[in-house]
Ligand binder design. Structure first.
Ligand code: SAH
Ligand code: SF4
Length: 383
């Protein structure tokens, strides 16, 4: 066994700063600490988020010495795409990404053609953690357990990856001749692997970076945070200057049923969760989306819909329910049929609760997050 001591200077040399994790003021500070001019930060931001470059040598208005130095001391969110899948209609693209420590995460790009007045959308579904600690029974990620939080840079990098892809090859829907191809990301949803509000600081940092007017300029209204229902973090979020959309994973309208599928309900039961949502609405004046994964024979009867309607009716027009037929995972859940979904929604309408159903997409590429990684790891074990 080698007894060679590792010199501290050697290890610090190896540790590069991920520039994608820095806000503009932090990047200015980082440069100043190294004796560089702070105005270079805006130039770098411009290269990273407007020109979408992934290579310091492409930053041609920086002096060569600074480009070389950045190469030595900094990185631009290094991740390796291990597997990439496109759905048959090419409206859903999923990548399995390997992080610098070998952990695997999934990110998805969802493309929507223009409909009526609304223009085309390109939405990235972003992971915020490798694995998840909350163990919802219908969720493939939840069944893996928790590995670690993602850094802000690792969250930003997922968005940039698809932004570069669309810039290089703009997308237009097949069969819609004449519609303008879409070449940029219009929305992000934090609905990939992990619980965003469990990784609060890194998530908010990433959203601020993507929102920066000197960088990617994605509006807060185009960002959606989805949470399993972490009450203190929802309250904190309502005080943030960055007013993003909030989605709550509800999935059941009684504590008994919710605790069966979502263990977090034992810590933050419905009464506390709904009170936090009501305070969020009062503080922000914004609508909250309630996600409701429909599990055949578990939570999808008209009686369940009545309970849900009664629970949300006090929130009036500030509550919207998104009905999501479950994507079958290895767990024993099945989506209800079209008739049951229609009946469920009608009861909600009777209660005056606005609702929609999420169009199924990408089933042929294992759309629910966590499924691709599960499949990949199973195959790797068999090799
Ligand atoms: N942890 C966060 C965000 C990631 S999950 C949350 O739970 O909200 C994003 C959404 O996908 C959640 O509403 C989650 O309940 C839902 N989901 C999980 N597994 C699913 C499955 N098998 N089919 C459909 N939706 C699923
Ligand atoms: Fe975690 Fe969300 Fe999956 Fe629940 S649904 S296990 S909170 S990722």
């Amino acid at each position: 066994m080698s007894t060679q001591p590792v010199l501290k200077s050697d290890t610090t040399k190896l540790k590069k700063t991920d520039l994608l994790g820095l806000t503009l003021p932090e990047m200015q500070q980082w440069l100043v600490e190294r004796g560089e001019a702070s105005f270079r930060a805006k130039q770098i931001y411009n290269w990273l988020y407007q020109h979408l470059v992934a290579d310091f040598q492409a930053m041609t208005n920086l002096p060569q010495a600074l480009r070389d130095r950045l190469e030595q001391e900094a990185s631009i969110g290094p991740m390796i795409a291990r597997s990439e899948l496109h759905s048959k209609d090419d409206r859903t693209r999923k990548v399995l990404l390997e992080l610098s420590d070998g952990r695997l995460i999934e990110s998805v790009l969802m493309l929507y053609p223009p409909i009526g007045e609304s223009s085309a959308r390109a939405t990235v579904c972003v992971s915020t953690q490798a694995g998840c600690a909350f163990g919802c029974t219908f969720c493939a990620t939840g069944q893996m357990g928790f590995d670690r939080h993602l850094s802000a840079g690792e969250i930003v990098a997922q968005v940039l990856l698809f932004a570069r892809e669309l810039r290089a090859a703009p997308w237009s829907a097949r069969g819609l001749p004449g519609s303008t191809p879409i070449d940029h990301i219009t929305n992000i949803v934090l609905m990939g692997m992990g619980e965003p509000l469990h990784n609060y600081n890194n998530v908010l940092q990433a959203l601020r970076i993507l929102n920066s007017p000197d960088g990617f300029t994605l509006g807060a209204r185009h960002m959606t945070v989805s949470t399993v229902g972490l009450v203190p973090a929802i309250r904190k979020l309502s005080e943030e200057p960055l007013q993003v959309n909030l989605a709550i994973s509800l999935h059941a309208a009684t504590d008994e049923l919710r605790s069966q599928t979502m263990p977090v309900n034992r810590k933050y039961p419905l009464k506390e969760l709904l009170a936090a949502c009501q305070d969020y609405i009062a503080a922000t004046g914004r609508q909250v989306t309630f996600e409701y994964v429909l599990l055949a024979g578990v939570n999808d009867t008209p009686e369940h819909a009545h309970q849900l309607g009664e629970l949300l009716a006090p929130l009036r027009q500030f509550a919207h329910v998104n009905c999501i037929p479950v994507n079958a995972t290895s767990a024993d859940y099945r989506p209800p049929g079209g008739e049951a979904i229609r009946a469920f929604r009608n009861v909600l309408f009777e209660h005056g609760v606005s609702n929609s159903v999420r169009a199924e997409r990408g089933d042929d590429i294992a759309a629910a997050c966590g499924q691709l990684r599960t499949r990949f790891e199973r195959n790797r074990k068999q090799e």
